[in-house]
Design a protein around this ligand. Sequence first.
Ligand SMILES: Cc1cc2nc3c(=O)[nH]c(=O)nc-3n(C[C@H](O)[C@H](O)[C@H](O)COP(=O)(O)O)c2cc1C
Ligand code: SF4
Length: 517
Amino acid sequence: MTLRVFVPYETTALSLGADDVATLICREAEARGIELELVRNGSRGLFWLEPLVEVETDAGRYAFGPVEAGDVASLFEAGFARGAVDHPLALGPTEEIPWLKRQQRVTFARIGVTDPVSIEDYRAHGGFAGLEKAVTCTPQQLVDMVKASGLRGRGGAAFPTGIKWQTVLDAKGAKKYIVCNADEGDSGTFADRLVMESDPYMLIEGMVIAGLAVGATQGYIYLREEYPLADELLTLAIERARAAGFLGDDILGSGQRFELEVRLGAGAYICGEETSLLESLEGKRGLVRAKPPLPAIEGLFGMPTVVNNVLSLAAVPSILSEGPEHYASFGIDRSKGTLPFQLAGNLTRGGLVELAFGHSLRELIEDFGGGTATGRPVRAVQVGGPLGAYLSPAQFDTLLDYEAFSAIGAVLGHGGVVVFDDSVDMAEQARFSMEFCVEESCGKCTPCRIGAVRGVEVIDRIMQGESRDANLALLDDLCDTMMQGSLCAMGGMTPFPVKSAMTLFPEDFQRQRGDQS
Ligand SMILES: Cc1cc2nc3c(=O)[nH]c(=O)nc-3n(C[C@H](O)[C@H](O)[C@H](O)COP(=O)(O)O)c2cc1C
Ligand code: SF4
């Protein structure tokens, strides 16, 4: 009988030695005369257990992790092919691992289960069922289904996806485009990368459906250059999808067209902002455009354009195949569906947690994250990337819901959760936010370009104890000016982390530095 073993081919697992583990598994099987089928699957997103090796048994897949090259011989010795064996790295049936079992994986249901670039595997796990349905629908029916699902943009602004699609469907243009925002610049985030590396056909399928819905015939994935593996796997998946008739001139024999290409970004955070992304895609410097006109009316090369985040587009295939009511049955109030949270920073168990809206931040940090890796108390959490507010433990019972976060002056954004223990200096963090804005500002408007530079200087004076009260008042005033006067959310939201640090951790702005008290 052939032994079927799964070793992830995904950036996190590879950086932790997955390739060496795979090589040794092949070598060990050969030496023992065991017939082996090695599958390079995606990652399940349990990063603290990577490389997570799985074996297929009659009772389902069993997991072992984190496996190092030196563990391979002992796994064979223990007879890991049987699954339920006595080995320190044995984790039992993969689907029963509580961290995974407690999640509500909708978009990420296939992640880590399949071989990412196998169309057969994708189809065997429900893939392309959404597109098969889409080719039988009218554009308006497709837009209506996305509206009914309640899906809101997962890139940060949470704008209703169906309404954006309706605007592009209704707009007149010689050509229309679907642009996927895969710049994923937020600190601590990796969900887009996981989709592209571990289930790329899902994104391709979502983009083709978007094209059919609004009448666009060309799509671009604007991918951050720092994701070479996503580039490799997406490019291969696009070629295979085209060869199999899911892309090209005659999608599934429907006579409808859609083409798709990957374009690499050049490492600027601001190129994740949709209008500077479009400038960059047109071959220009990533400078923010004034709105209006909205990209939906005049976007890429002046044509009506849907710009959507990877996760928004990746949610679409299951909305079609399972029905919009199914997707909308997850979540609360106006936050429908699920959000893939990305646990990062000082945590024991970092990784991907997909949950319906409505759970609490505490559940994420304590139950899933397992507290800090250093064992010290959690002091602050930044949710929603570098422009997101800091939260203190007193706010951890806030529900994960767009409106509940907005009510406390915070954002859920793209679902990034970065945890800090009690050794963090929040004045330093506030300074870092301003410094980040200095570095990443596109420079088009004064409140952001100049304001962030002044922000760093004022925080330096506060930290040095120079006219502290006057400088704190000045910093607060500067934050208000940036919030109200900036052209885009880069300058407009940099004050969120700064103000929240000042409000929630005032002692760090009063502390005399240099003495260790
Ligand atoms: C400074 C800045 C950086 C951004 N970076 C990203 C990004 O990396 N990825 C993303 O999808 N959206 C990013 N956005 C949000 C986009 O401008 C836009 O709202 C999003 O791509 C729309 O897609 P959605 O409706 O599917 O969320 C950023 C916004 C700003 C202001
Ligand atoms: S707020 Fe900053 S990034 Fe945005 S347009 Fe103004 S200068 Fe550019």
